[in-house]
Design a protein around this ligand. Structure first.
Ligand SMILES: *Cc1c(COP(=O)(O)O)cnc(C)c1O
Length: 399
């Protein structure tokens, strides 16, 4: 048998061991973690909706009405009116002809990509795409060609010398860097090379675009230009579940072929009801996005003044670059000693030498919360100065 214990010891020695904090009570910036009160800057609850009373009330009311369990897959007898209504709302929200509801974003990517590409086909995937996209590519058994992060020229060259059915897949907003894919250029390129473009906008929906309609909508790109968009309800929407939206032919095709849609129990319909209410709040409450943007701007200018290295991100995802995995852990620990929870992100989630603290903001954070975070970083500057110089060029550094 393989020496699992030795692998675990190596992991610890390399500063790569992962452990879980135990959270009690509702998700919000003021958390109880391992029994201690902390102010968290690491959740993806960007709009502060995860514990919103309108959503918990919608779920509770629906439980009385539709019960709890999904009971069966969608294709047997699990496709509930609540799922159906959510899909119709999602089609309108995304400006697409139709939408299909999945249980998680991970499953949506696995199912969509592996259904739409097969052995004879080629998938082009951005080097920094999310793990669920990478796994979807693997599951498809297609040839996978990774292009350098956001490099449209490199992708153009690769598309030009590849025959057959082609699929291009990208994060809309990259989950660990917070930057946006060059969507307009990708759409143009895919049109020219007859490639199918899929944008996973897990971090864009709710935050970017008019009424939170996402990165694709922020550029006004139509269904003809970006045929398929994928989103999750687990982040800005504050609930759970995911969706793909696009032409009815493709969503219908996915009902036939997407294994992570077909062979799994439907999500509890009460959750779909809560997600419908969340969608309304996301569309209507512009002030959440405005407040979020104000926090991000204030954070960026203050951190640069302190001497920290940030990434070129305008989104609620604000990585603070550190480099070495041990140093990232040390910085995270020093902040935690001040009651601030900001998790260190290390390989393999990010490239070697590109360890960082991934600060994320929520509309539920106050200006006073941000001031506490900045005071924490100000007290830790000495931990970071010696290591930023050693960052690799591939980490796309800017101030
Ligand atoms: C979080 C995330 C997912 C997975 O979504 P879940 O609903 O949490 O499974 C997919 N893609 C990207 C880019 C993500 O950041």
């Amino acid at each position: 048998m393989r020496d699992f214990a030795a692998e675990m010891a190596d992991r610890k020695a390399a500063g790569l061991y992962r452990s879980r904090r135990l959270i009690s009570g509702p998700q919000r910036p003021a958390l109880c973690a391992d029994g201690q009160p902390v102010l968290a800057f690491c959740s993806n609850d960007y709009l502060g909706l995860a514990s919103h009373p309108a959503l918990t009330a919608a779920a509770a009311d629906s439980l009385a009405d539709v019960g709890l369990g999904g009971a069966s897959s969608h294709l047997i007898c699990g496709h509930h009116q609540a799922h159906h209504e959510l899909e119709q709302r999602l089609a309108t929200f995304t400006g697409r002809s139709s939408a299909l509801f999945f249980s998680t974003g991970y499953m949506a990517n696995m199912g969509v990509i592996s259904a739409l590409a097969g052995k004879e086909d080629t998938i082009f995937s951005d080097a920094l795409n999310h793990a669920s996209i990478i796994d979807g590519c693997r599951l498809s058994r297609a040839t996978v060609r990774t292009y350098p992060h956001r490099d449209v020229d490199a992708l153009a060259g690769m598309l030009a010398d590849t025959p057959g059915h082609k699929l291009v897949v990208t994060d809309g907003i990259f989950s660990m860097d917070g930057d946006m894919a060059p969507l307009r250029e990708l759409a143009r390129l895919c049109h020219r090379h007859d490639a199918l473009l899929i944008v996973d906008d897990a971090h864009g929906f709710g935050c970017a675009g008019p009424q939170g309609r996402g990165s694709v909508a922020s550029l006004g790109l139509s269904e003809a230009e970006v045929p398929l968009v994928i989103g999750t309800f687990g982040k800005a929407f504050g609930t759970s579940g995911a969706f793909v939206a696009g032409p009815a032919l493709l969503t219908d095709y996915l009902v036939q072929k997407a294994r992570t849609y077909i062979y799994t129990t439907a999500m509890p319909p009460a959750l779909a009801r809560a997600s419908c209410v969340s969608l309304e709040l996301v569309e209507r409450e512009q002030y959440r996005r405005e407040h979020l943007q104000a926090l991000v701007s204030h954070f960026r200018s203050s951190m640069v003044d302190l001497g920290y290295t940030l990434m070129p991100s305008e989104t609620p995802i604000q990585p603070v670059m550190v480099g070495d995995a041990h140093a990232a852990l040390a910085l995270s620990k020093a902040l935690e000693e001040q009651g601030l929870l900001v998790t260190a992100i290390r390989p393999p989630t990010v490239p070697q030498g590109a360890s960082r603290l991934r600060v994320t903001f929520s509309a539920a954070h106050t200006e006073a919360d941000l001031d506490r975070l900045l005071a924490g970083f100000a007290a830790c500057v000495h931990l970071i100065r010696p290591v930023v110089d050693s960052l690799p060029a591939t980490a796309h550094l800017t101030h």
